[in-house]
Design a binder for this molecule. Structure first.
Ligand code: CP
Ligand code: NVA
Length: 303
């Protein structure tokens, strides 16, 4: 069966470890698994980091990326998604998509006989989570027993981050505004994946207290633009600032997948300050993407 990467939980803990190990290997060690083959990158939303890192990852693995906007294909308008995917799978060794509705990715995976990769959906952002794990491992040398805090809504980035951190044995602390958090079932799911512990709270100070990493994201994800005013109101008190960071563990880092809005979800002092690793985190999107693609293409490199 073809392996796809729609969510982090498409990988086992051992497979996440294998991807992160591939990410720190020199490019040449991965060989050229794409060797002249194509990779179709389909976007329904804008992107800086994901598009650029995926295009470069494909090139570094010996392949050729083809960037396509949804409107060029006319998915489910000019032709059914399934017809388009079956055709693309004949041209390419990999398909990747950034979509509004996660079920579009599931429909793609159901008919594609080449790997399908999620480049962000309303549910998940696995490539981001792999880069985040890589960045935290650089900072701490391992996530087992470390505390990872999230301040914001339980969104696509939070969910994938929670999954990867749980699989790597971290303690998870989510501070979400009322009405923007996860339910008990989600806490249990993350527990079962292997998290040291999982806490959901409405108080940011409780989540970041003693944390080794504090993550934030925009309060208004792509597709939620109409909710901007109500979200600003509901998220009051959730701006990550110096006072909040003061409660973290010594050496704690601030992280954000970017793009970031200074003065909204994080102050300029924090994101541009000495604890911030957001640029390194962004740069790590490339080795993480390269490793994820290589893994899906069957590359394994002895230690
Ligand atoms: N973090 C992230 O996915 O950035 P882009 O939206 O620019 O790809
Ligand atoms: N949660 C954000 C992440 C952007 C990279 C969004 O979905 O828009």
């Amino acid at each position: 069966m073809t392996a796809h990467l729609l969510e982090i939980t498409d990988l086992s803990a051992g497979e996440v470890r294998a991807v992160l190990d591939l990410a720190v290997r020199p490019i040449e060690a991965l060989g050229r698994p794409l060797d002249g083959a194509g990779a179709a990158l389909l976007f329904e939303k804008p992107s800086l980091r994901t598009r650029q890192s995926m295009e470069m990852a494909v090139v570094q693995l010996g392949g050729h990326p083809v960037y396509t906007r949804r409107e060029e294909i006319g998915i489910d308008e000019r032709e059914p998604l399934e017809d388009a995917v079956r055709i693309l799978a004949g041209f390419h060794r990999l398909l990747a998509a950034r979509v509004f509705d996660h079920t579009v990715l599931e429909r793609m995976a159901a008919v594609s006989d080449v790997p399908v990769v999620n480049m962000l959906s309303d549910r998940a952002h696995p490539l981001q989570a792999l880069a985040d794990a890589l960045t935290m491992e650089e900072a701490f040398g391992g996530l087992v027993g470390r505390t990872v805090a999230w301040v914001g809504d339980y969104n696509n980035v939070a969910r994938s981050l929670g999954e990867v951190c749980a699989l790597l044995g971290a303690h998870l602390r989510f501070a979400c505004p009322v009405g923007f958090d996860a339910d008990e079932a989600e806490r249990e799911r993350l527990d079962l994946l292997g998290a040291g512990s999982v806490v959901f709270t409405h108080r940011p100070a409780e989540a970041v207290g003693g944390a080794d990493a504090v993550h934030a994201d925009t309060w208004v994800s792509m597709g939620q633009e109409d909710e901007q005013a109500s979200r600003r109101q509901a998220f009051e008190g959730f701006t990550v600032d110096e006072a909040m960071m003061a409660g973290t563990a010594p050496g704690a880092v601030f992280m954000h997948c970017l793009p970031a809005y200074r003065g909204i979800e994080v102050t300029a002092e924090v994101i541009d300050g000495p604890r911030s690793v957001v640029i390194r985190q962004g740069h790590n999107r490339l080795p993480a993407a390269r490793a994820a693609l290589a893994f899906l293409l069957g590359v394994s490199v002895p230690p």
